[in-house]
Every structure is written in structure tokens, then in C-alpha cells.
Ligand binder design. Structure first.
Ligand code: NAD
Length: 337
């Protein structure tokens, strides 16, 4: 199959593209190589993908409609996976405009183009952040998610809504995934695992927000990719509606569905820190800080819909996943500096 993937120099896009290339598919990767974090890491990911003959990279911004159009036209994709975005919860307080242009205008460009080329399946990355401070756990896709606590979450929820209207009007089968704290080798330098491991190896303190009382449903990257591949084969349609009205989010108006990708096993921040300490074999210097503006107290996925659609849910333990990250980081860090 031919895939057009946005965000392939990013953490998740890189892993998804690599897995598809290993499986013999063709991938055109589109990424603007933004400077939100260490560009060297993005170049290293691109270089690793460039080793596959089935890969072609296009470097351009999503906001550049002509560039996206030309890239999609030359890729002739069966499936589009739109992962490029301005990610990160905290940075959306500092630079909301990056979220507005990348996540709204950029995603709209993808919707416009998907409509014209008529792909079999359009898949979009949304986030657990849209649940905000959801009062009930686990978070079900049917829960009301209209009280975002950050502008990042607001842009992702808006993307889901825009995509629903396009799926209805233009009949493009569209799945929006809600990811839950994805981690693993080649991960993002702005996320806790990367920062903790880096600081601990440099004998620096680690910042623990919310006095360690927050919890997160962590998803190991290989599990996430497996879930995406399985969902790729289940494009939203009445033919594959899951029996039981309370599970499936398949729209009654459009070939559109939202799906959580998370294992449903939240871990407290302090247990997370302990797991990192064990993996590194050293204690952390802990700097306990209050919750930051926009932080949500917990995330906790219901994996029921994912399981109903794919027979699969993320299972890698935090211990195994953290170890895999540490092994990668220890190898890669000299090149990253
Ligand atoms: N990693 C997580 O835990 C997590 C959780 C929830 C949702 N998500 C979503 O998953 C997707 C992938 O996340 P990631 O962790 O791989 O992030 P990432 O920042 O590593 O990757 C995103 C990539 O998109 C590119 N990009 C950003 N804005 C762009 C633009 N306007 N035009 C072109 N390229 C642009 C960046 O250069 C980057 O390489 C994002 O949509 C993110 O919001 C991630």
C-alpha cells in the first residue's frame, strides 16, 4: 500500500513509517522540521528512514497548501495518516499561534486534499488532553469532551469536529485517534521520560509537578503503532459498526469515528519516577513543584472500543518500555548533543 504520513521526522511518525517500510509498504513522509525541539533528533530519524528505498521525504510546512497538494499528488496514497502538529501541553501557553496555524489551518489543508484525492482511509492524531479534567474514569470516547484546559487540546478537539464535517460532506472515511502519553526510544525531548533520564544521567534534579500526585496512562510506542496498523484496516463504515450503542463512536451522519489508543493502566508520577530510578540504577534528585497551569490531574483510557475493533490493546509494561528508552538514549546521546 502507499501511505502519505505527515510528521515523519517526529517521534510517532518516524516509528509508524519505519514499521510500514519494514512491512514492504511505500511511504511519502511530510514534515516541516520545526524547531520546537532539538532538530538533530529529527534529522537522525529522517536519516534512518532514508535507508529504506520505499521512503521519500518532503520537507515543507502544512500551512503551505501548494506544497501539501504537490506532495500528496505525487504520492498517490491509499491511506493518509496526519500526525504532524504543534504538540506539547505547556508550550501552548507560550506560543498559541503555532497551534492555531499547524493544528487548525494545517489540518484543514489535509482535509481539503484528502477530499480531492479520495483516499481509502484518513487517520488523524488527536489526544487524551481533550478530556480535560474529566470527572469519571476510565475516559470513554462517548464522554463529553468540551471543556479543554489548554489551547493545544482546544485545537485538537476542533480538528476532530472539522474532520467530522468533511467526512460527512465528502464521504472520506476518517478515524481520529486519541493518544495517551506515548513514550519509547527516539522519544520527545520535551516529555517527562526524556527529561528525567537526561537530568539524572547529568546528575541534575528532576522537576516533579503536582507533588507527584498526577497519574498518566502511558502507551509504549510499538504498541501504539500496532494499534494504528490494525485500525487502518477498519475504516469507519456501517458495515463494521461495533454492536452495542454505548461503545462505538461511529457517527450516524458520517464515516467518522474517534478511538482511544491507551492500555487503561494509569501510573502515578511517583511510581513512574521509581521505574526510571530502577532502570538507571540510581536515585533521582527530586524537585517537588505544584501543578502547572493547564495540567490535567490524570489520564486513563478505556480501551474497550479499540479492543472491539482490533482485538488488541497496549500491553507493554512500563518497566520494559522505560528500559528500552534508556538503552536507546545511552547509545544516542553523544550524537544528540
Ligand atoms: N507523543 C504523545 O504522547 C502524544 C500524545 C497525544 C497526541 N499526540 C499527537 O500525535 C502526533 C505526533 O506527536 P509526536 O509525539 O510524534 O510529536 P513530534 O513533535 O515529535 O512530531 C510532530 C512532527 O510534526 C512536525 N510539524 C509540526 N508542525 C508542523 C507544520 N505546521 N508543518 C509541517 N510539519 C510540522 C514537526 O517538525 C515534528 O517532526 C501529534 O499530532 C501530537 O499532537 C502525541
Amino acid at each position: 500500500m502507499r501511505y502519505f504520513i505527515t510528521g515523519t521526522a517526529g517521534f510517532i511518525g518516524f516509528h509508524l513509517a519505519r514499521r510500514l517500510l519494514q512491512d514492504g509498504h511505500e511511504v511519502v513522509g511530510f514534515d516541516g522540521m520545526t524547531h520546537y525541539y532539538n532538530i538533530k533528533l529529527k534529522q537522525m530519524r529522517n536519516a534512518a528512514l532514508a535507508q529504506f528505498p520505499g521512503f521519500r521525504a518532503v520537507t515543507a510546512m502544512l500551512e503551505d497548501r501548494k506544497a501539501v497538494e504537490d506532495a500528496v499528488a505525487s504520492a498517490k496514497p491509499d491511506v493518509i495518516v496526519h500526525l504532524a502538529a504543534q504538540a506539547g501541553v505547556r508550550y501552548s501557553l507560550e506560543n498559541p499561534k503555532a497551534y492555531l496555524t499547524s493544528n487548525l489551518e494545517g489540518s484543514w489543508n489535509i482535509l481539503e486534499i484528502a477530499k480531492t484525492v479520495g483516499v481509502q482511509h484518513l487517520m488523524l492524531a488527536s489526544t487524551s488532553s481533550i478530556y480535560g479534567a474529566n470527572p469519571t474514569v476510565p475516559f470513554h470516547e462517548m464522554d463529553r469532551a468540551d471543556e479543554p484546559l489548554t489551547f493545544y487540546a482546544a485545537t485538537k478537539k476542533s480538528m476532530e469536529l472539522m474532520a467530522h464535517s468533511y467526512a460527512h460532506l465528502h464521504k472520506v472515511p476518517t478515524t481520529a485517534f486519541r493518544f495517551f502519553t506515548v513514550y519509547g526510544p527516539w522519544g520527545r525531548p520535551d516529555m517527562a521520560l526524556f527529561k528525567f533520564v537526561k537530568n539524572m544521567l547529568e546528575d541534575q534534579p528532576i522537576e516533579i509537578y503536582g507533588e507527584g500526585k498526577m497519574s498518566r496512562d502511558f502507551t509504549y510506542i510499538d504498541d501504539l503503532v500496532e494499534a494504528i496498523l490494525r485500525l487502518s484496516a477498519v475504516a469507519p463504515s456501517e458495515a463494521n459498526r461495533v454492536a452495542g450503542e454505548n461503545t462505538d463512536t461511529l457517527s450516524h451522519q458520517a464515516p467518522f469515528r474517534v478511538v482511544n489508543i491507551g492500555g487503561g493502566q494509569p501510573v502515578s508520577l511517583l511510581d513512574f519516577v521509581e521505574t526510571v530510578e530502577k532502570a538507571l540504577g540510581q536515585p533521582a534528585k527530586r524537585l517537588m513543584l505544584p501543578m502547572q497551569k493547564g495540567d490535567v490531574p490524570r489520564t486513563f483510557a478505556s480501551p474497550d472500543l479499540l479492543v472491539a475493533l482490533t482485538g488488541y490493546k497496549p500491553e507493554t509494561t512500563l518497566r520494559e518500555g522505560v528500559k528500552a528508552f534508556v538503552d536507546w538514549y545511552v547509545e544516542a546521546r553523544a550524537e544528540l548533543d
